[in-house]
Design a protein around this ligand. Structure first.
Ligand code: NAP
Length: 287
C-alpha cells in the first residue's frame, strides 16, 4: 500500500483497538482492489469518542468502524442513525456524507445474514422457530437479521432475563414474536427449531464452556456459533458429530466489513477463501 495526496481514509475506533482484525480485513481488500485508500487503527479513550468522531470530517476521513466500548455511545453523537442501527441499539459503522455529517449504521445483522446465506443457502426463514442463545449486543443484531428475514418465532435463551425482555420490546414485530426462556428451558427452546445460534460468549477462548444437549434439536437444523476464537467451538464440533449443517463465526465477521468498505472506498468486495485464510492466520490458536 502506498499513501498519496489523494488517499481515502477510514479506520476503526476502539479502546483498546490493537486486537481488532479490521485493519487486516480492510487492508486485504485495499490490496486486492488497488483502491487508493488506507484503513487505520484509531485508539480512542471512551471520554474522547465525541471529539474523535467530530474530528473525522475535519481530517478528511470517509468514515470509520467502531468497536468496544464505543458502539452505544456513538448513537447520541452522530447526526443520523439508520433505522436498523436504532433498532439494534448500536452503531458499528460511520459514513461521512459530502456535507460532513456523520451517519451511524449497524452492519452486524447484514454480516450474520450473508454468512448464513453463504454457508447454508438452503436455509429458509420458514424452516421453523429460531433458537438464539444470548442477549448481548451480538444477539440483538442476529435477532434483527432473523426478524427482517421473516422468521415468525424467535426463542431467546439467556441468563439475565431482563436483557431478553428488552430485546423483545425493541425487536419483536407484528410478524415476529420473541419468546423468553431461561437456561433450564433450553431443551424446550430447541425442540422443532429450524435454526440454532450461539450468540453468547460461552465457548470463546478464555470464557466458560457452553455445555448443551443437542438431542431435542431436529438433525437437519443448522447450528451457528458466532464465536470465532476458536473457529471450531465445542458446540460446532458436537453439532457436526450429530450431522447438523454448521456455520462458524468468521463469515459474519468478514461480511460485516463489506458495507463500510463499499461506502468509504466506492468499490464492492467479496468474502473469499483467500480472505478467510488471511484472517484465520491472525486469530489466536484454539485452546
Ligand atoms: P455481550 O454483549 O457481552 O453479551 C454476552 C452474552 O453472553 C450475554 O448474553 C451473556 O449473558 C452471555 N454470557 C456471558 N457469560 C455467561 C455465563 N457465564 N453464563 C451464561 N451466559 C453468559 O457480548 P457480545 O458483544 O454480544 O458478543 C458475544 C459473542 O459474540 C462474543 O464471543 C463475541 O466475540 C462474538 N461476536 C462475534 C461476531 C462475529 O462477527 N462473528 C460479532 C459480534 C460478537 P447475560 O446477559 O446473562 O450476561
Amino acid at each position: 500500500m502506498r499513501i498519496s495526496g489523494t488517499t481515502r481514509l477510514a479506520g476503526i475506533m476502539g479502546w483498546p483497538v490493537a486486537h481488532s482484525r479490521s485493519p487486516v480485513l480492510h487492508g486485504f481488500w485495499l490490496d486486492e482492489t488497488g483502491v487508493d485508500g488506507a484503513y487505520l487503527p484509531l485508539p480512542v479513550r471512551p471520554q474522547n469518542i465525541e471529539q474523535a468522531l467530530r474530528a473525522l470530517p475535519i481530517l478528511g476521513f470517509r468514515g470509520c468502524n467502531l468497536t468496544i466500548p464505543h458502539k452505544q455511545a456513538a448513537l447520541s453523537v452522530v447526526d443520523r442513525v439508520d433505522s436498523l442501527a436504532r433498532r439494534i441499539g448500536a452503531v458499528n459503522t460511520i459514513v461521512i456524507g459530502p456535507d460532513g455529517t456523520l451517519e451511524g449504521r449497524n452492519t452486524d445483522a447484514f454480516g450474520f445474514r450473508e454468512s448464513l446465506r453463504d454457508a447454508v443457502p438452503a436455509w429458509k426463514a420458514t424452516a421453523g422457530p429460531a433458537a438464539i442463545l444470548g442477549a448481548g449486543g451480538a444477539a440483538r443484531a442476529v435477532v434483527a437479521a432473523l426478524a427482517d428475514a421473516g422468521v415468525a418465532e424467535i426463542r431467546m435463551v439467556n441468563r439475565t432475563l431482563a436483557r431478553v425482555e428488552a430485546i423483545a420490546g425493541d425487536l419483536a414485530t407484528p410478524n415476529t414474536r420473541i419468546t423468553i426462556h431461561s437456561w433450564e428451558q433450553v431443551g424446550a427452546a430447541l425442540r422443532h427449531a429450524g435454526l440454532l445460534v450461539n450468540a453468547t460468549s460461552l465457548g470463546m477462548a478464555g470464557e466458560p464452556a457452553l455445555t448443551l444437549d443437542l438431542a431435542p434439536l431436529p438433525p437437519s437444523t443448522p447450528v451457528v456459533d458466532i464465536v470465532y476464537v476458536p473457529l471450531e467451538t465445542d458446540l460446532l464440533a458436537a453439532a457436526r458429530r450429530r450431522g447438523h449443517p454448521v456455520v462458524d463465526g468468521l463469515g459474519m465477521l468478514l461480511h460485516q466489513g463489506r458495507p463500510g468498505f463499499e461506502a468509504w472506498f466506492g468499490t464492492s468486495v467479496k468474502v473469499t477463501r483467500e480472505l478467510r485464510a488471511a484472517i484465520l492466520a491472525t486469530l489466536a490458536p484454539a485452546r
